[in-house]
Design a protein around this ligand. Structure first.
Ligand code: 4NP
Length: 157
């Protein structure tokens, strides 16, 4: 089993979107029994809440249901459970690097490092923006998640 965790700030926009997208890709390839997927936030403002309505609607337009997800905060015990911890931006990566134990032997990095040759580091935070920003999140996340899936297949399965 390969355990993958996506992390953003609130766990109501970008990381639940990434969780839903990656789950769809993994399911499409019949690999749901081999790859476990979760998401979390570094902040605590929205604990227990469903994703932002705009994120739910944008995902639903691409036949992805994330409405059942509930926000949780990243916990130091996640370093014990996950092989891939992928943050949506450099700010959240910095937060996790601060807390990462030296014993962690998984991959801690940016989701967009899997975008291939690019100049993007951060999935832009759509929270204070409009619906269009949620489409950009989905476009970036889809492409990176496809590459992440191929990477995991090549290296672990
Ligand atoms: P996310 O977006 O990190 O993609 O879930 C945000 C959601 C809420 C807040 C910030 C970003 N907030 O400040 O409440």
């Amino acid at each position: 089993m390969v355990n993958v965790l996506f992390v953003c700030l609130g766990n109501i926009c970008r990381s639940p979107t990434a969780e839903g997208v990656f789950r769809k890709i993994v399911k499409k390839h019949g690999m749901s029994d081999m790859i476990s997927i979760d998401s979390a936030g570094t902040g605590n403002w929205h604990l227990g809440n469903p994703p932002d309505q705009r994120a739910i609607e944008a995902a639903s337009k691409r036949s992805i249901d994330i409405s059942h997800l509930r926000a949780r905060r990243f916990s130091s015990s996640d370093f014990l459970k996950f092989d891939y911890i992928l943050t949506m931006d450099r700010q959240n990566l910095k937060s996790l690097r601060r807390d990462c134990p030296v014993s962690f032997d998984g991959h801690l990095g940016l989701l967009l490092d899997f975008l291939g040759e690019n100049n993007f580091y951060d999935v832009p935070d759509p929270y204070y923006s409009d619906e269009h920003a949620f489409e950009i999140v989905l476009d970036l996340v889809f492409e990176a998640a496809e590459n992440l899936f191929k990477h995991i297949l090549n290296h672990h399965i």
